[in-house]
Design a binder for this molecule. Structure first.
Ligand code: DAH
Length: 376
C-alpha cells in the first residue's frame, strides 16, 4: 500500500492556483460591472456563477487535493465565490433601481392633461319632436307612412284637388325640378320638391285598402329666404284617417288627445273656418296656450309672451278629407269618410322651447342641440 503523497502540491492543479482564482473572480466582477441591464446581468450570472462557470469547475477540483491542501484551496475558492455573489447581488439591486426609475418616467401618466375623447353628439330637437308626436299616434294604432321629398306634381297638387291655376303652384312657393328642354319637351318635368307632407295622404290611400290610419312626418321645401321665422327646408307632420262613419267629432277628439299627450291633461283645441283644397270643410286648428291656459286674455296683470296674451296658439290646418281626393285615390266617398291635419314642427319647437330664431335649428351647431340631447 503506498503512503499518501505528502509532496503533492496543490498549485499543480492549474485551476486552483491563487492567481487563477483571482483572475476568475475579477473577470466575474468586471462582467457584472459591464452588464448594462438586467438581461445582460442574467447572462453574466449564468456564465460566472452557473454550474459550468470557471469557479464552479475549480470548486470541483478541490476534491482531488490531499486533505491538508483542501482547506486552503476551499477557502480561496469560497472567498472568491462569496465576493462574486455579493457583487452580483449589488449589481442586481442597482440595475433594478435604474429600471424602476426609468419605467416611472417612461410610463408616467399626466393626470392634469385635458382628456381627448370625442365629445358625444346630440339628437336634433326636430327629430325628437317628430318622434314624440308620431309616438302619440302610434300608441293609438296609427301607422307611420313616408313618401319621397322629390315628388310628382300630381301627388303634391292634382290628387289633392289643387286646380292647375292654384296660387300654391306658382314659382314663389314651389321648387320645380327642371326637365330636359328639347324638340318634344318644354323643360317641365312634372316633378317638384314637395311643398307639404299632404301628398303622402294620396300615396297612403293608393297603397292600402281602407280603413287607413297613418301619420307622416317629413321634410318639405318652399322658396322662402332663411331668416328668423322662415326656412326653405322645414318639417311637417301629417295625419290621415279614412274609415266608415268618421266625422268632425273624431277629428276634434284626436286633436284634443294629441295636445293633451304633448302638453298636459288640461289642454284643448279649437277650430276656426278656413279653406284648403283637399279638405271640406276645412279649419285652422289652435291649441290653448300651454303657458297661461288662456288666463292672460283681457288680463293686463297676467300678460303672456308665448301667446301674446291671445290665449290660443295656432297649430296648423285640418278638415274632413274632400271627396274629390278620395275619388282621385280610388276610395268610394259614399262608403268612406276621413279627416286629416298637418302642422309644422319648427313652429311647435319654437313656442314649446322658446326658440326665437329658426336659423338656430338649421345651422347644426351642437351648442344649440346639446341641451335637448337628453330628451327621448
Ligand atoms: N298641407 C297644408 C300646408 O302645408 C297643411 C294641412 C292643412 C294639412 C289641412 C292637412 C289639412 O292635412 O287637412 O299648409
Amino acid at each position: 500500500m503506498s503512503a499518501p503523497n505528502k509532496s503533492y502540491d496543490p498549485v499543480e492543479v492549474e485551476a486552483l492556483k491563487p492567481e487563477e482564482i483571482e483572475r476568475m473572480r475579477d473577470e466575474a466582477l468586471a462582467a457584472f460591472a459591464a452588464a448594462g441591464d438586467l438581461d445582460a446581468l442574467q447572462e453574466a450570472k449564468v456564465a460566472h456563477t452557473g454550474g459550468t462557470s470557471p469557479l464552479a469547475l475549480a470548486n470541483r477540483e478541490i476534491g482531488a487535493l490531499p486533505p491538508h491542501a483542501k482547506a486552503d484551496a476551499g477557502k480561496r475558492v469560497g472567498q472568491a465565490r462569496g465576493a462574486v455573489n455579493k457583487a452580483l447581488a449589488a449589481r442586481q439591486t442597482e440595475l433594478e433601481a435604474e429600471r424602476d426609475a426609468r419605467v416611472l418616467v417612461e410610463e408616467a401618466v399626466d393626470v392634469t392633461l385635458p382628456y381627448d375623447r370625442v365629445p358625444a353628439g346630440a339628437r336634433h330637437p326636430l327629430t325628437t319632436m317628430m318622434e314624440r308626436v308620431s309616438d302619440v299616434f302610434v300608441s293609438m294604432g296609427y301607422e307611420i307612412a313616408e313618401g319621397p321629398e322629390v315628388e310628382a306634381e300630381w301627388f303634391n297638387f292634382d290628387a289633392l284637388n289643387f286646380t292647375p291655376d292654384h296660387p300654391a303652384r306658382q314659382m314663389q312657393d314651389t321648387f320645380f325640378v327642371q326637365g330636359a328642354k328639347g324638340a318634344d319637351s318644354d323643360g317641365e318635368s312634372g316633378v317638384v320638391l314637395r311643398t307639404h307632407t299632404s301628398p303622402v295622404q294620396a300615396r297612403a290611400l293608393l297603397d292600402r285598402e281602407p280603413p287607413v290610419y297613418v301619420v307622416c312626418p317629413g321634410r318639405v321645401y318652399r322658396t322662402d329666404e332663411l331668416d328668423a321665422t322662415h326656412t326653405p327646408v322645414f318639417h311637417q307632420i301629417e295625419l290621415l284617417a279614412v274609415d266608415e262613419g268618421l266625422t268632425m267629432a273624431d277629428l276634434k277628439g284626436t286633436l284634443d288627445h294629441m295636445v293633451q299627450s304633448l302638453f298636459g291633461a288640461d289642454m284643448k283645441t279649437r277650430l276656426r273656418p278656413n279653406y284648403f283644397p283637399f279638405t271640406e270643410p276645412s279649419a285652422e286648428m289652435d291649441m290653448l296656450c300651454y303657458v297661461c291656459k288662456g288666463e292672460s286674455v283681457g288680463n293686463p296683470d297676467r300678460s303672456c309672451r308665448t301667446c301674446s296674451s291671445e290665449g290660443w296658439i295656432e297649430l296648423g290646418g285640418c278638415g274632413m278629407v274632400n271627396p274629390r281626393v278620395l275619388i282621385a285615390c280610388g276610395v268610394d266617398p259614399e262608403k268612406y269618410s276621413g279627416f286629416a291635419f298637418g302642422f309644422g314642427i319648427e313652429r311647435m319647437l319654437m313656442f314649446r322651447h322658446n326658440v326665437e330664431d329658426m336659423r338656430d335649428m338649421v345651422e347644426g351647431d351642437v351648442r344649440f342641440t346639446r341641451p335637448f340631447g337628453m330628451e327621448i
